[in-house]
Structure formats: structure tokens, C-alpha cells
Design a protein around this ligand. Sequence first.
Ligand code: ZN
Length: 244
Amino acid sequence: MRYAILSDIHANVLALEKVLEEARRQSVEAFLCLGDVVGYGARPNECCDYLRDLKAVVVRGNHDEAAVTPGKEEWFTLPARECIRWTRDQLTAENQAFLESLQPFNRLPGAHLCHGALSDPDLYTTSPGEAFVSLSLMEERCCFLGHTHYAEWYVYRNDGRLPTQHLRPQGGELQLVSGRSYVINPGAVGQPRDSNSQASFAIWDNEASKVTIYRVSYEVETTRQQILAAGLPPSMADRLPYGV
Ligand code: ZN
């Protein structure tokens, strides 16, 4: 089976559409999403609609949760809080119900799915030590997670020592081998922060035991204009061309 793995779409529908095009070109059969479908961006409903139509397996991100949980936005920075309140007002009843239905963890043969870490979906995984927290809880060979908006993976030799970290801001291919475990972040579709403005996602081919991270260009300037026209904080628009 060939799975597309998407994370941190953040209501950026133009980036999502380009990622879906590339995934179809790559003969993907199913879609997995690691959360933060909404928040920051100006097109939350369209992004939810796409995932529902695709029958994607989606786990809940912190922005998804806050968008449907009044009061939760208090935990976020001021601009993020503004985006969450705006998003809450925009959501259709169907998409509100969709976000409310999401669970923080999922598991399929060969992989765990979560937003930030297996111990706590709100934790950031940015270092070998932090990746080790998820590795120590894993029962499958891979754990796919997002939240940091960095495309990267960690390789663990199952020997009790820390895994090695491999940043992949330009994409790359990972051959999975037996006797090792992996924590893999496909990067962000809608708001990359690894200094590459291109949308990021991964394809996991579980028969070929291969994970490939792809970067694809999208209409950043149009997306910027959508964010500004919606009255969202300008910083959410202005970071996109820099991938920060
Ligand atoms: Zn995010």
C-alpha cells in the first residue's frame, strides 16, 4: 500500500491541492494526516472538506482541538489565538463535527500516528532525546509525527542509545531496514518552518519499506493575499515566502 502522509496543513488549501496532485501522480492509495488541518491559514473549511472526501485517517492536532474547544486558545500565543477564534467562527457544522471526532493517536500495521509525540500529542520532537521518548513507547517499526513543521527522520538501532537525526528540508528517501525503528516527520504542508517555502509531505510504501519526503511549489503569494484579506495577523502571511 502506498500512503501519502500529510501534516500541519493549517488551512492552506493551495498548498494542499498541489500536494494532492503530486500524491496522485505518485499513485498513492490512501491518505494519512497527522493533525493541524486548521489554524493560521484562511481556508479551513476547504481543507477539512478535502480530507473528508479522501476518507483520510486523521489524528488531532493542537489547533484542531482548540478550534472546537472554546477556552483552549488561551494556551496559544496572541496571534495564534486570534487565528483560532477566527477559524471557530468560519467552520461549517459538518467540519466542526469532523474536528470534534478526531482522536489524538492512531495505529496501523507498521506505524503509529500522532501529532507531536507518542507520550503527549502536544510535545515537540526536535532532538534525538525527544524522539527517544516516542521510540521507547513504540510497538510498530515507524512512528509518523508532525507539529514542528520540520521535515526530518530519526533512525534508532534498537540498542538503547540515542537515535540519529536526519534533517531533510529538500526532501529525501529512506529505506526502512529490519532491526531498526524510525520516527519520521513529513514536514508541514501549509506552513513549513525549515527555511524551504515549498509544501512538504511524505509517501510511505509499506511493501517496498520505503519513505520518501517530497517538496512541492505552490502559489505562496495568492495564499498570502487570502490570509491578509481574511483579516488574520499579517505575520501569518509574511512568514510563508521564507518558510519560517
Ligand atoms: Zn502545526
